[in-house]
Each structure stands twice: as structure tokens, then as C-alpha cells.
Write a protein that binds this ligand. Structure first.
Ligand SMILES: [Zn+2]
Length: 46
């Protein structure tokens, strides 16, 4: 599972690939890869 985040509204999504349209803001936004390199993800990979 990969994590994605909407660059417009910040909606978080988990899945193989990001959705074409954001289910939250309904815009065709670009989902950014939000796998474990954000401070609050709790993964502790670093
Ligand atoms: Zn969105």
C-alpha cells in the first residue's frame, strides 16, 4: 500500500495508485507521494 496526499485539500488516501479525482475536494488534483517521510507518519524510517 502506498500513501498519497491531495496537494489541494490534504486528503490522505491509501492504495496502489492515487485516484484520478480527489474524493474530498472533487478536483483533479495531483496526489503527492506521502509515504513515510513526513514527520507525523510514525514510521520512524530515519
Ligand atoms: Zn483534494
Amino acid at each position: 500500500m502506498n500513501k498519497w496526499r491531495c496537494s489541494v485539500c490534504g486528503y490522505a488516501f491509501e492504495g496502489e495508485a492515487p485516484p484520478e479525482k480527489c474524493p474530498s475536494c472533487q478536483s483533479t488534483c495531483s496526489f503527492v507521494d506521502a509515504n513515510c517521510y513526513i514527520p507525523d507518519c510514525g514510521g520512524g524510517s530515519i
